[in-house]
Write a new protein. Structure first.
Length: 182
């Protein structure tokens, strides 16, 4: 996504964030937005309809209202309709991501992807969360475990644009670079 489009999506997310923060419903709105993003991204036909220039905004709004009116709150619903009015429906998934970033920042939470050769137990995920939360100066770290057989052993943790590589393959690569540079 271009920088301009990202900035625009962030403006919608920030406006929605301010409205729901006052009401104390950050978590509920995050769940609603994740539902919307999942439905839109998992349904190619819906994505095609929302992005089609010949389908009127009123038809798109009616479709979104029919799909989500019972599952989402009024602020989320109004934000989606506003985005359609302004021909920004393609930015809905990005707006969701931006909202989640703002909400996580407010709650001092970070999302981490932990790559390992096997599924980590809940205890291991909690230990990783605790350790890296302290290191990153956040209250809590949400851990998503991804299996990567190329690691050989150990783990690799990705938080935002930072990567902490404690994997065996990562260590071998570092040793190889040191040997080649000498």
């Amino acid at each position: 996504m271009s920088k301009d489009r990202e900035v625009i999506a962030k403006r919608y997310a920030a406006a929605l964030f301010e409205v729901v923060r006052e009401k104390g419903s950050l978590d509920q709105v995050e769940k609603e937005l994740l539902l919307v993003a999942t439905v839109i991204q998992d349904n190619e036909r819906l994505l095609t309809v929302l992005n089609h220039p010949k389908i009127s905004g009123d038809d798109k709004k009616a479709l979104l209202s029919k799909l989500f009116s019972k599952e989402i709150s009024k602020p989320v619903h109004n934000t989606l309709l506003l985005m359609v009015d302004r021909k920004r429906e393609a930015m809905i998934p990005s707006m969701v991501d931006q909202y989640i970033e703002l909400a996580n920042e407010e709650r001092s939470i970070a999302n981490a992807t932990v790559y390992s050769v096997r599924i980590l137990t809940e205890e291991e995920q909690n230990a990783i969360s605790e350790t890296f939360a302290k290191q990153l100066n956040v209250k809590h770290l949400r851990v998503k475990n991804v299996i990567d057989q190329d690691l050989v052993g150990g783990i690799k943790v990705k938080v935002g644009n930072r990567i902490f590589d404690g994997s065996v393959s990562g260590k071998l690569n570092r040793i190889q670079r040191q040997l080649v540079s000498k």
